[in-house]
Write a protein that binds this ligand. Sequence first.
Ligand SMILES: Nc1ncnc2c1ncn2[C@@H]1O[C@H](COP(=O)(O)OP(=O)(O)OP(=O)(O)O)[C@@H](O)[C@H]1O
Ligand SMILES: [Mg+2]
Ligand SMILES: [Mg+2]
Length: 610
Amino acid sequence: MIPSTTRTTLAAASIRPSTHHSCRCYTSCLPLIKRKIYDRPLFRLLHTARESLKDDTPFRKALKDAAKKDKKEKREHLNRPSNPAKLRGPHVDNWELTVGIEIHAELNTVQKLFSGAATSVNQAPNTHVALFDMAFPGSQPHFQTQTLIPALRAALALNCDIQYRSSFDRKHYFYQDQPTGYQITQYYEPFARDGYITLYPHDFPPGSAHPNEPVTIGIKQVQMEQDTAKTIQQPPSTHLLDFNRVSHPLIEIITLPQIHDPTTAAVCVRKIQAILKAVNAATAGMELGGLRADVNVSIRPRDKQLTDYQHSYSGVTGLGQRTEIKNLASLKAVEDAIIAERDRQIELLEGGGVVEGETRGWTLGNKSTKRLRGKEGEIDYRYMPDPDIPPIFVDPELVDHLRSTLPRLSDESVHILTNGNQYNLTPKDASTLLALDDGERLDYYYDVVERLRARFAAEPAMEARIGKSAGNWVLMELGGLVRNEEWSSTRVPSEQLASIISHVLRKTITGRTAKTLLSMKYDGDERPVDQIIADENMLVRPLSDREYEELAKGLLEEKADMVRDIVEKNQFKKVKWFVGQMMARSAEGTVEPDKAEEVLRTLLPLPREN
Ligand SMILES: Nc1ncnc2c1ncn2[C@@H]1O[C@H](COP(=O)(O)OP(=O)(O)OP(=O)(O)O)[C@@H](O)[C@H]1O
Ligand SMILES: [Mg+2]
Ligand SMILES: [Mg+2]
């Protein structure tokens, strides 16, 4: 048997051009011949393939490479601006960006969606697989009812209408990570529709350009579906498959195309991730692969009638042609991929080109998105209702129960923390507390506030100051010590921080002493705060009446001209200057401004009301 390389070389030999060309008009004929040949696809391929034979590449490979090159050139031609002279870099301001997002989140369930196998996160590969997960002949899907609960919680938290009846459909495609040859999803009758999410200015990262008003983004629907197997690549050519993930329950959350800014898109994904976590619907975030996003991007000129743009989606009209960038696994990837795709589309249209409906890919660190497949190459999924799975009916009582037992969401927490006198935090501090350490910092803060309230129970006037001071100490002072270290609420127990803060509020220690105390506790001093204060003699010793008087007298003598201004010219505001000086010239916390003013007024002497 002839080895394959020899065979292709033999085949190639037969199409090598003859070196004995007999035509005398060889040079003048050549362009013609070339043009003729080039007009015929096969010959064009053969020609390109022949070029690569110079380095003795096997012919079959050469032919394949040539086909690839030809396809690439065609594609580039299609996307090439018709008038490159017009291309002067993207004019972002002239175009409105529109983005719609599809988010796939792994549900926090014990069981898979259609089999009795348990879900797994880190277990040994292929240890949690039922016969149906591997599409064994004769195995049947069994919908695991309890997987619906976290899905319903998620949809309620996203303000969706829960559908009384929903059903499952088959979405066909053939790939190694899907043994059945189709994914079970909800195409025709999803379980939740018409939700929304609100993004507030404090949801945006500090320093980013953010809207001044809340932005509402519609959610078209939420559907349940199966996850695929996990592929682990072992270069150069091995792909290992872990079927533990097959049929792990997922929800797909589909937003309306109502996002017009890359940062807003990332903030939207982050907020949805936080909501899913808050209601215990999903455990893992993007960092652990539990949440993936596809972004759909289009642009339209700001100065044209919307009717020029014919695309629409679920009631949103006048849109440009979308492209879809699949499988983004971080917030940065979401933002960067949208920016790159927006700029690519603007350059294309400004140069007179046309945006093609495509699926594109993105790799972190890249500057541009990469075409994966075009519209004409889009798979026909042949959706059909799954005949093996009966429809699902949800009892409205269950929905009411889940709605009334939903945990408090971050928007509500921010509202409570910032409105009224209860906590008195700024929206920025409130959202920072919520975002830190998976909400543990917020729990710690609540703890400190509770303990302070108990200490000041008889002084309701202190209520407004407690929340704000505790926020400052938990975020700024303690936060400054924690920095990049791992957070632990036991390092400075909440009772001990409350003790430090109550001393500060009662002015029994100075601010500087309080910071020293906090550092000592943070660095492991096990003595209770009160004992450290006693041992180290840290209490503020206020000035005695005589000391107040001596201090005031000395100052009044030193500044006789100012005293004259006060007594003779009635410039009473200058009394405050003396108060400030008395405080500045004494140890922190030892001079009370009210008492200092009283002493000054008796010495000057002045009537009380001035
Ligand atoms: N012209 C457009 N510009 C930007 N986004 C769009 C546009 N048209 C639709 N979208 C967004 O594209 C997404 C479409 O998601 P949907 O799941 O309905 O369809 P799909 O992408 O075709 O399906 P698949 O789940 O197979 O990817 C939505 O988030 C929608 O808001
Ligand atoms: Mg989709
Ligand atoms: Mg999509």
